[in-house]
Design a protein around this ligand. Structure first.
Ligand SMILES: *[C@@H]1O[C@H](CO)[C@@H](O)[C@H](O)[C@H]1NC(C)=O
Ligand SMILES: *[C@@H]1O[C@H](CO)[C@@H](O)[C@H](O)[C@H]1NC(C)=O
Ligand SMILES: *[C@@H]1O[C@H](CO)[C@@H](O)[C@H](O)[C@H]1NC(C)=O
Ligand SMILES: [Zn+2]
Length: 397
């Protein structure tokens, strides 16, 4: 599987929080959520609509059954081949490049495996022209912090064989969270994918095969995001995620612009890192170390709120969350799915009110608002200077 791709990254916190909203359980206490006026959402046609549907009372399109061979067949089995990209995607990318809204900066390179990507001389990763997430530069609009008092919950790298235990725990505690999912893992673990959806969790994009995104060409970035988005779309009755999280936090102004301008997605990072991915690695972190870090964060300042990087990657990483959960609650943190915090109380999807209720506004993945955004938006040009000049080197196991 993908364990060999999974390497650490280190990020810190600072400022700026999105607006907040109240707890949402996905059931009878649903708060009214609205999408922006230019979005695709149509009001849901049933008062309670717990499970996602793929039939006529949602978007009228029938999709292949999740988990079937028909469902999996059209997707890349590993790193996508850019010669197989749908023309509509490359057309949209090319239009965005032509419009000057995809910054023309070089790809980074990783001269040594498992080290932070580097840029050619003259390109400062902490400066506004590059603004690399790996170097803790914050691109305006990217989400790094939760609102004061909130703990934005989310888990990366699923679905995996550790997901069932996490889902059991969350269900028992009435929590819904964001799952930043890897495309090939969804293909591999369709039952946990479907169960996450049916429990009302928010599904977000964590790329197709978990690369350092800034090392990729525009077309490879397009493929990593597009196939994952297409798979989630076709497996949730047509819902399109509004958010993605770059593996290792590795994004920059170019990658960010492709996600935003072509696919309409915003980026969610984090402000504390458990390094729980390394629990199962020789020389990796330990449950005791995570306990100590969690205790510090959870008993510390609530300004800004917390977005803690956690993984549904191993039984051990799930157990680290389970151990910390009572401490999150006893310290008065307001837990909420990080995608819903980032959406400022609106939906985690671009075209539906939630994963488990309401109708989906049918739209092609490219046509619709993504293209509208493409023609009008140029938000990636003025960036503040980096929020941090220091750079933590990796401590890979
Ligand atoms: C997604 O679903 C649509 C509608 O059924 C279908 O036309 C399309 O081929 C599907 N895409 C993939 C990659 O399976
Ligand atoms: C979860 O919600 C249900 C229904 O409201 C309630 O019966 C149950 O006690 C809740 N469980 C927890 C752990 O809060
Ligand atoms: C840390 O471990 C202690 C002892 O098992 C436990 O009481 C405490 O709740 C744990 N805290 C966290 C944040 O995991
Ligand atoms: Zn990851």
């Amino acid at each position: 599987m993908l364990l060999s791709f999974l390497l650490p990254a280190f990020f810190l916190s600072a400022s700026a929080a999105p607006s907040l909203n109240s707890r949402h359980h996905g059931h009878e206490h649903r708060i009214v959520q609205r999408l922006p006026s230019n979005e695709w959402f149509h009001p849901r046609d049933h008062p309670v609509h717990r499970l996602f549907r793929r039939d006529a009372d949602t978007d009228g399109i029938s999709y292949a059954q999740v988990g079937s061979s028909t469902w999996a067949a059209p997707y890349p089995s590993s790193t996508p081949d850019v010669s197989q990209l749908p023309a509509a995607w490359t057309d949209a990318l090319n239009a965005a490049v032509q419009a000057g809204i995809i910054p023309n900066i070089p790809q980074s390179t990783s001269p040594t495996p498992d080290t932070n990507p580097v840029y050619p001389d003259g390109y400062d990763p902490t400066g506004p022209d590059v603004c690399s997430g790996t170097y803790k530069c914050r691109i305006p609009g990217n989400i790094w912090d939760a609102p004061d008092g909130f703990l934005g919950t989310g888990f990366d790298d699923g679905p995996t064989t550790a997901s069932p235990a996490l889902l059991d725990f969350l269900e028992a505690n009435n929590e819904t969270v964001t799952h930043f999912m890897i495309g090939v893992n969804i293909i591999d673990q369709p039952d946990s994918f479907t169960r996450s959806v049916e429990l009302g969790h928010d599904i977000a994009v964590h790329t197709w095969t978990h690369p350092y995104m800034t090392t990729l060409s525009n077309e490879d970035v397009l493929a990593q995001l597009g196939w994952t988005m297409q798979l989630i779309h076709n497996s949730t009755g047509g819902r399109l995620p509004k958010f993605w999280r770059p593996p290792y936090g590795d994004t920059d102004v170019r990658v960010n612009a492709i996600a935003k301008e072509v696919f309409g997605m915003e980026t969610i990072l984090w402000n504390q890192d458990t390094e729980d991915w390394s629990l199962t690695e020789t020389g990796g972190t330990t449950a005791q170390a995570i306990n100590a870090s969690m205790t510090t964060w959870l008993t510390g300042s609530k300004t800004p709120g917390l977005i803690i990087l956690e993984h549904e990657l191993s039984d051990e990483s799930v157990q680290a969350f389970e151990a910390a959960y009572p401490v999150m609650k006893s310290n008065g943190w307001n837990l909420q799915s990080v995608a819903q915090l980032a959406a400022g109380g609106q939906s985690a999807y671009q075209n539906a009110i939630s994963i488990d209720a309401g109708s989906v506004t049918p739209a092609d993945i490219i046509l619709g608002d993504a293209l509208t955004t493409l023609s009008v938006s140029s938000t990636t040009t003025s960036l503040p200077s980096s929020t941090s000049s220091s750079f933590s080197s990796r401590t890979t196991s």
